[in-house]
Design a protein around this ligand. Structure first.
Ligand SMILES: [Zn+2]
Length: 97
């Protein structure tokens, strides 16, 4: 009984994952422009506003025009900290360690 339930669950997730993958593929197909397309923009996790991509010290960051939040991935943060070695960001990161 348990195995059957588990199998059913696996099937459900496999199905769902496939649907998600198909959606992702469709999304990627739809935005093949190399420029930063409107459709490809991320939405702010805080307020849902469309993030604006900006380049700061050769590092691309996503900025929210509504709440002024700045979103970047770990690599980008480290790149920024490295470049702004004497800056506030490096100090902030140094303190948090
Ligand atoms: Zn926001």
């Amino acid at each position: 009984m348990r195995d059957a339930e588990k199998a059913h669950e696996d099937q459900y997730f496999a199905k769902r994952d496939r649907a998600l993958l198909q959606k992702l593929k469709a999304d990627v197909k739809g935005q093949q422009r190399p420029t930063l397309g409107e459709a490809g923009s991320m939405l702010c996790p805080k307020c849902g506003e469309r993030l604006v991509t900006k380049e700061h010290l050769q590092v691309t960051i996503d900025e929210c025009p509504a709440c002024q939040g700045i979103w970047l991935d770990k690599g980008e943060l480290e790149q920024l900290a490295h470049r702004e070695n004497a800056g506030w960001l490096a100090r902030y990161l140094g303190r948090s360690r």
